[in-house]
Design a protein around this ligand. Structure first.
Ligand code: OGA
Ligand code: MN
Length: 255
């Protein structure tokens, strides 16, 4: 008889994290792994500005969001053509009008993650199982201090690598000094791809469980590139994190 392992490796990590969090009296699960030499002040700031809330939505809320998105999304084709682009193997759309039950979820995101309003068009990104989001910084021309994302359908690992601090401050004196981007124009306008090497640098891996919400703001949003690791690289603290198709629902505020 085959005994099924009912607890996935990631569930085990989450359980272990939860137990440790309870023991240490903190309510936050430890979903962040730090690499390299982090200056203490940077780490403290980062902790404040890169948050993950596990189980932000319930299973039925996930299903309802998926049901609203799927009829439109499934008609699009995954884009694998432009290897230079920041995202590979994806389809995406923006949505303004939502069914009331899903609108409620987005209102909860707004309350938890944002000081004020979010942009009326919510961005929906569908990443194929072998899709990848390469390291980039969202353009400061199109997006403000905060980016939040709900993950549907799959766990994944997001990596944030420290980049040149000076260039990504909001309202930078001269937008023309923003670094050159590779790739086709529309994509390049939204997502810059600065070089941020792992060597002689510090960075963090974040486990984004399915149905979690991440909130990336201020230093985490401007001074670090973010990426979603390809399925071959998808692991957290030595444990593989199987990445299947993943849909993210991304809210941003105005620049
Ligand atoms: C993006 C992005 C992250 C995500 O679309 O620019 O970084 O969670 N998305 O899908
Ligand atoms: Mn981005």
């Amino acid at each position: 008889m085959i005994i099924l392992n009912r607890c996935s490796p990631i569930k085990q990590i989450l359980r272990r994290c939860h137990r440790q969090a309870v023991e240490s009296g903190s309510i936050k699960a430890n979903l962040t792994a730090y690499f390299g030499k982090w200056p203490e002040n940077e780490k403290q700031e980062f902790r404040q500005h890169m948050r993950i809330i596990p189980d932000f939505i319930s299973e039925s809320e996930e299903q309802q969001l998926h049901e609203e998105i799927e009829p439109y999304m499934s008609r699009l084709r995954y884009e694998f053509d432009h290897w230079d682009d920041a995202i590979h193997g994806f389809r995406e759309t923006e949505r303004k009008k939502w069914f009331p039950h899903n609108r409620e979820v987005l209102e909860r995101v707004r309350q938890v993650a944002f000081d004020g309003a979010i942009m009326p068009y919510v961005h929906i990104l569908d990443l194929a199982p072998d899709g990848v989001i390469k390291p980039h910084v969202d353009s400061t021309r199109y997006c403000g201090t905060t980016i939040s994302g709900i993950s549907l359908l799959s766990d994944s690992v997001m990596r944030l690598v420290r980049t040149d601090a000076q260039r990504y401050q909001q309202h930078s004196a001269d937008a023309a000094t923003e670094p050159e981007s590779k790739g086709s124009e529309p994509d390049a306008a939204y997502r810059h791809q600065p070089v941020a090497s792992l060597e002689n640098n510090f960075y963090a891996d974040l486990l984004l469980p399915r149905r979690s919400l991440y909130i990336m703001s201020h230093t985490a949003r401007y001074n670090f590139t973010h990426e979603i690791l390809a399925k071959e690289q998808s692991e957290f603290q030595g444990t593989p994190v199987p990445k299947t198709r993943r849909i993210s629902i991304i809210c941003r505020n105005e620049p």
